[in-house]
Ligand binder design. Structure first.
Ligand code: NDP
Length: 335
């Protein structure tokens, strides 16, 4: 059983030295347990938080502990009444080939689920994040302007496409010309601005002539600074992620200036962690599954994956995710 453990905690951007590839014995099964063999591993920005021991909403990975992560796995053996050999399940088994589970948190994929890796993306946690943050907090209405950054990624690509379905004027923000072109030509956004362009803020303003009604926050930093002056009265800002800050660096300090805008423009800024929606909003989850599966089937949604091959390549792929090197939802195909 090959697995990747946290060798040391990063300061700043993670490096290859923070990870270690190990061999370990495959544990023996007890009654009530199943043995899972991972076929797909999801790589997600939240994993950077788990590498640090700074206080957060979830505990960190221990040093020498297996990196946490969601997988789509095949049941290799089962002594559990609800799972059978050959079943495909989504579970949080981490960066390793084999894991023993008692079934907690393991969800069987329906028979004939067309693309198993989609359970880690558009039909899984990132998809539900986009849907819940947009529909519950963003509350898009036809004719409104929505801006979303990391626009070609797992969450952002879905946010923008759903907002288009709801009749919004959608402006993406992405890193580089190729991603921006994809957002407009393939995802159907009205515009997409490269956040690395020297006149990024001016370009963003020009692309939002009626101001911004919804800003779906994925990155923070310079992107939020460019958005904030254009937020309209009664704008909504679902705060989903701040990836520009995950590797550290200072946070801007002028929080009272921000609060003044929140007051005078009656802006609603709401952070959310998708875990809460899994626990508290089964109704919204059912609506998500119904809507997104339907839109995928009828061709209204595009979904792009960036596939790394082999467990040993997971660290480099993850390091790249925090630098915008991925183009689409990042997953690892295990051999
Ligand atoms: P993506 O597939 O969008 O990949 C991350 C992207 O972030 C990169 O491709 C890059 O896109 C962008 N990025 C990285 N560094 C920077 C930077 N310094 N400045 C600007 N952009 C940067 O990831 P996800 O869709 O999985 O996640 C998107 C966001 O959603 C993250 O902030 C994540 O933490 C958050 N999230 C929050 C959840 C919650 O429960 N609140 C659940 C799931 C995700 P580009 O090259 O276009 O800049």
């Amino acid at each position: 059983n090959r697995r990747i453990v946290l060798a040391s905690r990063p300061t700043g951007a993670p490096t290859a030295d923070n990870f270690r590839l190990e061999e370990a014995a495959v544990p023996a099964l007890q009654d009530g347990q199943l043995l899972l063999r991972a076929e797909w591993l999801s790589l997600d920005p939240y994993m950077r938080g788990r590498m640090s021991d700074a206080p957060s909403y979830a505990p960190p990975v221990e040093i020498d502990g297996v990196m946490t992560g969601g997988t789509v796995s095949r049941v290799a053996a089962s002594r559990h009444p609800d799972f059978h050999e050959g079943d495909l399940v989504m579970a949080y088994t981490g960066w390793q080939e084999y894991a023993v589970s008692d079934g907690t948190g393991a969800t069987r994929l329906p028979e004939g689920f067309a693309h198993p890796s989609h359970a880690l993306g558009v039909l899984g946690m990132p998809g539900y994040t986009a849907y819940a943050g947009l529909m519950d907090i963003g509350q898009p209405r036809a004719g409104e302007t929505l801006v979303v950054a990391a626009a070609t990624g797992a969450v952002g690509s879905l946010v923008g496409q759903i907002a288009k379905i709801k009749g919004c004027h959608v402006v993406g923000v992405a890193g580089g010309a190729e991603k921006c072109e994809y957002a407009v030509k393939e995802l159907g956004f009205d515009a997409c601005i490269d956040h690395r362009a020297p006149d990024f803020a001016a370009q963003l303003k020009a692309a939002c002539p009626k101001g911004i009604d919804i800003y779906f926050e994925n990155v923070g930093g310079a992107v939020f600074d460019a958005v904030a002056p254009s937020l309209n009265i009664h704008a909504r800002v679902p705060v989903c992620g701040l990836i520009a800050h995950y590797n550290g660096g200072s946070l801007a300090t002028d929080s009272t200036a921000l609060l003044r805008s929140v007051l005078t423009r009656r802006i609603q800024i709401q952070g959310f962690i998708i875990f809460d929606y899994y626990v508290n909003r089964p109704d919204l989850h059912a609506a998500f599954q119904h809507d997104v599966a339907g839109w995928l089937k009828d061709g209204s949604l595009r979904y792009r994956e960036d596939v790394a091959h082999g467990l040993e390549n997971a660290p480099q792929a993850f390091i790249g995710l925090l630098q915008g090197k991925n183009f689409g939802k990042l997953v690892v195909k295990l051999s």
